[in-house]
Write a protein that binds this ligand. Structure first.
Ligand code: COA
Length: 265
């Protein structure tokens, strides 16, 4: 008897301080359905609220695709007429949730990373990429108007000229190009990707959460608002580090020649 395909869904797993958020729509290269976009903000909130989670890793199920973008098979009902605007809002809320996460976010990219999948990866702090990864934003091939709010995360990753090239041509970029453009922080063999991503996530998970927070807030603010950054707000994150128990623990551990145990307090 043929087995029923599993319905598209977001799955989660937590290991060693890393929360994996997994797009699971294998019949469609992990394309995001409207329900999957809608599920993301709550999943990010849960990861943020869980003190045991130090790093959030987004990935697709299996090793063929991070995501082939939005699930086009739904567009007829969901992304035409008045519904198109609502779809964009839901989509946007998902990107915002990832982009505004306080904890570090990594996109672990196997294979295809297209359209909304590529955008989602660009909303993460960094991208660890398999050698067979392919990035593309083919909106212009479908006559999709690209929401201007989604250009900012792109511009924090690639130059304006490269963003234009990606959007005007809808071209596909392999891992080497993605690395040269700054999309990929690292490119590794597909068989090594999970281990390498876990390694870098574990490095961050062992570090002081308040230090990471101060750095993340500073980078994001300076990219978003380079002319008039809110330095007073950023200074408060730095002060929180110096006032923290973790800072005392960091000093003690150094003197005692042992690894510090940080609690984010
Ligand atoms: N939405 C819905 N279904 C999708 C999909 C998407 N974004 N991307 C792929 N699929 C489906 C295909 O229709 C196909 O289904 P089928 O087996 O029932 O025919 C299956 O996933 C495998 O895709 P296929 O095209 O056969 O794989 P490929 O390796 O030849 O090509 C891509 C991979 C990613 C290049 C190609 O699928 C593609 O161009 N997808 C659309 C990407 C896109 O435009 N995304 C932006 C959406 S806004």
């Amino acid at each position: 008897m043929p087995t029923e395909p599993t319905p598209p869904t977001m799955r989660t797993a937590t290991e060693g301080g890393i929360r994996f958020l997994v797009a699971d729509n294998p019949g469609r290269l992990n394309a995001y359905t409207r329900d999957m976009w809608e599920a993301l903000p709550a999943l990010i909130r849960q990861a943020e609220a869980d003190p045991d989670v130090r790093v959030i890793v987004l990935r697709g199920a299996g090793t063929k695709a991070f995501s082939a973008g939005a699930d086009i098979s739904e567009f007829e009902g969901n992304r035409t007429g008045a519904e198109a605007r609502r779809y964009d809002e839901i989509n946007h809320e998902a990107f915002e949730a990832v982009g505004r996460a306080v904890k570090p976010t990594i996109a672990m990219v196997y294979g295809y990373c297209f359209g909304g999948g590529c955008e989602l990866a660009m909303c993460c702090d960094m991208r660890w990429v398999s050698a067979d990864a392919v990035f593309s934003i083919p909106a212009a091939k479908l006559s999709i108007g690209y929401n201007p709010r989604w250009i900012r995360p792109m511009l924090s990753v690639v130059s304006a000229a490269k963003a234009k090239e990606m959007l005007f041509t809808g071209r596909r970029y392999g891992a080497a190009d993605a690395y040269a453009m700054g999309i990929a922080n690292a490119v590794v063999a597909s068989a090594e990707l999970e281990a390498e991503t876990r390694k870098v996530a574990a490095e961050m998970a062992a570090n002081a959460p308040l230090s990471i927070r101060a750095a993340k807030e500073a980078v994001d603010e300076l990219v978003a608002n380079p002319e008039h950054p809110d330095l007073a707000r950023l200074d408060r994150f730095v002060e929180a580090c110096f006032e923290s128990e973790d800072y005392a623990e960091g000093r003690r551990a150094f003197m005692e020649k042992r690894k510090p145990v940080f609690r984010g307090k």
